[in-house]
Design a protein around this ligand. Structure first.
Ligand code: PBG
Length: 332
């Protein structure tokens, strides 16, 4: 009788021993919960493509934030749906903008809860692009592109207004060239040298953002985002994006989306020493919710497996619409 030389199963024999040798453990402290804020009163509207995710008006927001804080989730990421939109996204940097108002309230209610502000213009521009655009019309079809350097000034104003309102972390998601440098300079000049930048360094032009664009009403009205967000086929380009952000002063790097980009997360983790964020985006959420509603998958098990995979790939922090659920499940 010959025996296996190696018995891997010895370390899998009981929950106790599996726990002891587990290499990756999710922690509620890893999570950031996104929140959509809007005008009006008494609003708590479910986003149809994202069951369990809502638009909150400022008066219904408290209950949501109470729940997040009670679960021990350390941070929220704010997205705003403004009352009015224009060509330059001015409601994005208005002192009384929806994100600024929500930030002030949350910091009053929970000074310890970190408010992360998504710094972008697509929710606030009438054309839905992440910066200022030049357009021309040919045979009734609008063509245009985002003007990089002119957009930097608007994005910097947005970041500074968010910091003034009390945002703890500025998270620019616009993918203009030089945005980290411009925003860092703007923050420093305005006395916010202590506010860190969580840069969406490696953000792909992804179809997985579909449900978010319904949620944030931010779909581009012409064209797409391929001239500023990255081609999903590229990995070396991700290294160049991350490198420039490091040189420009980013405090944290991000890879977005997460599920189809775990190799990118691992590569960035291995090459850079800044904290790394994975963004488990809207489409990744919606797919799981849809399959779970059909009874085709075990939602809890699938979500915890996905989040564990992101952490194992090298993410230190995970932005996820599942943050509240995962926090509850981890408590058992
Ligand atoms: C803003 C922004 C987007 C997301 C986060 N910030 C949308 C986009 O780039 O089109 C997507 C988040 C998600 O899908 O969950 N630029």
């Amino acid at each position: 009788m010959s025996f296996p030389i190696t018995r891997h199963r010895r370390l899998r024999g009981s929950a106790g021993i599996r726990g002891m040798v587990r290499e990756t453990v999710l922690n509620v402290l890893d999570f950031v919960q996104p929140i959509f804020v809007t005008y009006g009163t008494g609003v708590k509207n479910e986003i149809s493509s994202m069951p369990g995710v809502y638009h909150f008006s400022l008066d219904t927001l408290k209950a949501e934030v109470d729940e997040i804080a009670a679960l021990g989730i350390p941070a929220v990421l704010l997205f705003g749906i403004p009352e009015t939109k224009d060509a330059i996204g001015s409601s994005g940097f208005a002192e009384d903008g929806i994100v600024q108002e929500a930030t002030r309230l949350i910091k009053q209610w929970y000074p310890e809860l970190l408010v992360v502000a998504d710094t972008c213009l697509c929710e606030f521009t009438d054309h839905g692009h992440c910066g200022m655009v030049h357009t021309h019309t040919v045979n009734g079809v609008v063509h245009g592109d985002v003007i990089n350097d002119a957009s930097l000034d608007l994005l910097t104003r947005t970041a500074v207004s968010q910091a003034k309102a009390g945002a703890d972390i500025i998270a620019p998601s616009n993918m203009m060239d030089g945005f980290v440098h411009a925003i860092r300079a703007g923050l420093d000049e305005n006395g916010f040298e202590h506010v860190p930048i969580m840069s969406y360094s490696v953000k792909y032009a992804s179809a997985f953002y579909g449900p978010f664009r319904e949620a944030a009403d931010s779909a581009p009205q012409f064209g797409n985002r391929k001239t500023y967000q990255m081609d999903p086929a590229n990995l070396r380009e991700a290294l160049r994006e991350a490198e420039s952000d490091v040189l420009e002063g980013a405090d944290m790097l991000m890879v977005k989306p997460a599920l189809a980009y775990l190799d990118v997360i691992r590569t960035i983790r291995d090459q850079f020493n800044l904290p790394l964020v994975a963004y488990n985006v809207s489409g990744e959420y919606s797919m799981v919710k849809a399959a779970a509603q059909q009874g085709w998958i075990d939602e809890q098990a699938v979500v915890l497996e996905m989040l564990t995979g992101m952490k194992r790939a090298g993410a230190d922090i995970i932005i996820t619409y599942f943050a509240k659920d995962a926090a509850r499940w981890l408590r058992g």
